[in-house]
Design a protein around this ligand. Sequence first.
Ligand code: GLU
Length: 456
Amino acid sequence: MVLDEEFYVNITEHMQNLREEILRRNPAEPEFHQAVQEVLDSLAPVIARHPAYARAKLMERISEPERQIIFRVPWVDDAGEVHVNRGFRVEFSSALGPYKGGLRFHPSVNLSIVKFLGFEQVFKNALTGLPIGGAKGGADFDPKGRSDNEIMRFCQSFMTELYRHIGEYTDVPAGDTGVGLREIGYLFGQYKRITNRYETGALTGKGLAWGGARVRTEATGYGAAYFVAEMLAARGDGLEGREVIVSGSGNVAIYAIQKAQALGGRVVACSDSGGYVFDRDGIDLNLLRTIKEVERGRLSEYAERGASGASYVAGRPVWEVPCQVALPCATQNELDGDAARRLVKLGVVAVAEGANMPCTPEAVRVFREANVLFGPGKAANAGGVATSALEMQQNASRDSWTFEYTEERLHRIMRDIHATCFETAAEYGRPGDYVLGANIAGYSRVAEAMLACGVI
Ligand code: GLU
C-alpha cells in the first residue's frame, strides 16, 4: 500500500488527539501517561497499514481498562493496632485470554502505577503468544519489617475482597515486587477457604506441593538473560566474557545474574535501594541468595561477609560501574538520561529491562542514538508471565513438568519473542529497534483479536 503524505498527516494528528484525550481523562497519572506514550510513539506505521484499527477505535479501547477495582484492606498488626491500606486490581484487557498479571505490595503503589503496569502487561502477554489477557494489582502496603503473621493477616484481608473478581477463567494474579512465594501461599489459602474450591488455576507462582510449576521462580530473570543473549547473537556477539551489571537484588535480579553467569557473563555488580555491591571477582550467587532469600537481609551484608574483592557503595547508583551489558531489574524509572549517557561512555553495548519500565524515555533515547541494543521490558521480562501461563497449562491438565522441559519451553518462548520483535522492526523499516518491534507486534495480536470479537 502506497501512503500519501496527507494520510500520514492525518495519522499524526490522530495520535496527537488520542494522546491529549488520554491525558485529559486520566489526570495525575504520570507513569500511566509514560507507558501509553511509549506505545503511541510506535504505532503510526501499523495504523497506516491498517486503517480499520483506527476506525474501530482500538487504541481508545485498549487504553481504557475493562474494569478497575479499588478496595479497602483493613488489618491488625502484632501490637493490636488497626491499619488501612488501599487495594487495586485493574483488569485491562481480556482480548487474548483471562486477565493475567502480578500483584505488587509496595508503599509507592497507586492507581497510576497499577495502570502503567497493567497497560504494559497487555502487550507483554500478547508477545508471549500464549492465551493470556492483561491485568495488574496490588496495595500500598509496606511489607518491610512486618512479621510473618502480619503478612499473613494482610494477605487474608486483601483476598477477602479480591476473591470475587478472580478465577481460572476470569483473572489470574501472580507475584510482583513484594509478593513472592510466601504471599502467594497466604493468598491462595484464603481463596481456597472462601470459595471452597481447590482451584489451582486461579493464581500462579504457587509452591510445588500445591500446584506450582518448576522454573516459575527463576523465569523472569532467566528470560531477561536469554533475551539479551539473543540480541547480542543477532549482532554476531555473545555474553561470553562480557562484564555485566544488574540493578536490584530481588527475585528478578538473582536469577538474571545466575543465567547471565551460566551464559558466560561476568556479573560484577548488583544493588538495592541503599546502594550497590561491586565484586571484582564476580557476584557470589550463593552468598547473595542466602542473604536475600533465606535471611531477607540487606545487600550491605554481602561485602561484610563476601570475599576480599567485594565492596558496598552506599547511596550511589549501580550505573557508575563500567560494563558492556546492563540489566535493570529493580523498578520503574531507575535509570535516567544521565545514567544512560554515563553507561554509553563506559562502553555499554546492550541493555535489557528485567524490571517494568526501569529506563526513562530520555534514557531509551540515549541508548537508541548510541546504537546500544535495547530490549524493552515488555519483551525482555516476559519470561515470568510466560512461565505463569505454562503453570496454568499444567494446572488445567493436573500435570507437573520437569525443570529441564519447562526451561526449554521458556527458552524457546524467549527466542520466539526476540525473533518476533526483530522481524517486526525490520518489516516496518526500523531494523534493530526492539521498542518499535515489541509495541507493534504486541499491539497487532491484541488488535486482530479485538476486531474479530466486535465492539465490546
Ligand atoms: N509480575 C510479573 C510481570 O511483570 C509476572 C506476572 C504474572 O506472572 O502473571 O510480568
